[in-house]
Design a protein. Structure first.
Length: 92
């Protein structure tokens, strides 16, 4: 009888250790998966072009063209054109 109790206790303890090891393995796998997802997101952010940069640059180029037209028409002086051009280029 004593052997049965000892054997049963050993089996119970072994079972608990196996479950604990399995839980740890599952947790490790989940952590690894989360780290891979974070790495993938960081890479996407790193290589993604800035969304707002292109429209702002296009607006600046369009504004420069308009200023050049005004200069060519004689509406602006060269000094006025240069001043406005500097402002636009500084904001790019």
């Amino acid at each position: 009888m004593r052997a049965a109790v000892i054997g049963g206790t050993a089996a119970y303890a072994g079972n608990r250790m196996a479950k604990s090891s399995q839980r740890e393995a599952d947790q490790s796998a989940q952590i690894a998966e989360l780290q891979q997802q974070q790495d993938a997101q960081q890479q996407q952010q790193q290589y993604a072009p800035p969304a707002a940069a292109a429209p702002a640059q296009e607006d600046s180029i369009e504004r420069l063209k308009q200023l050049k037209d005004l200069l060519d028409q004689g509406v602006l002086t060269q000094a006025e054109f240069d001043l406005e051009k500097q402002k636009i280029l500084q904001n790019m």
